[in-house]
Design a protein around this ligand. Structure first.
Ligand code: 5GP
Ligand code: ZN
Length: 115
């Protein structure tokens, strides 16, 4: 738990969300400012600041997140038409919350490359 980390507070239930998926290691919940009809964040409950902070000890956790994402996408009804997964990393990546999170975006066609 990192003091003043909003996603740690969500993971600890200090800030309420409506989870779309949860287990001991992960919670997924709707983005407060959705950029698509479906916009969910999948986070590890453990505080990891960003992708660069993942260590070999996090290998199983990282793999678990990758297996949960398609399950969440299916649950949200975007698996059939497709969706986008984004991990913004540090300033140039557009990261604003410094707790690792995967965006799942769907429900509309996504253009490429992003701005
Ligand atoms: P980033 O820009 O760091 O990749 O994405 C952070 C995301 O977290 C943004 O899409 C933002 O809308 C979302 N967000 C920030 N604070 C909160 C919050 O308190 N609750 C929820 N549900 N989403 C948040
Ligand atoms: Zn955190």
């Amino acid at each position: 738990m990192q003091q003043d980390c909003i996603f740690c507070k969500i993971a600890k239930k200090e800030v309420p969300v409506q989870p779309v998926y949860e287990d001991e290691q992960i919670i997924a919940f709707p983005d407060i400012n959705p950029a698509a009809p479906v916009h969910v964040l999948v986070i590890p409950k453990k505080h990891i600041a960003n992708l660069l902070e993942i260590t070999p000890e996090d290998r199983a956790l990282a793999g678990h997140i990758m297996t949960v994402i398609p399950q969440v996408a299916a649950r949200l009804g975007v698996a059939e038409d497709g969706f986008r997964v984004v991990i913004n990393t540090k300033d140039n990546g557009g990261q604003t919350v410094h707790h690792l999170h995967c965006h799942i975006l769907g429900g509309r066609f996504m253009t490429w490359p992003p701005g």
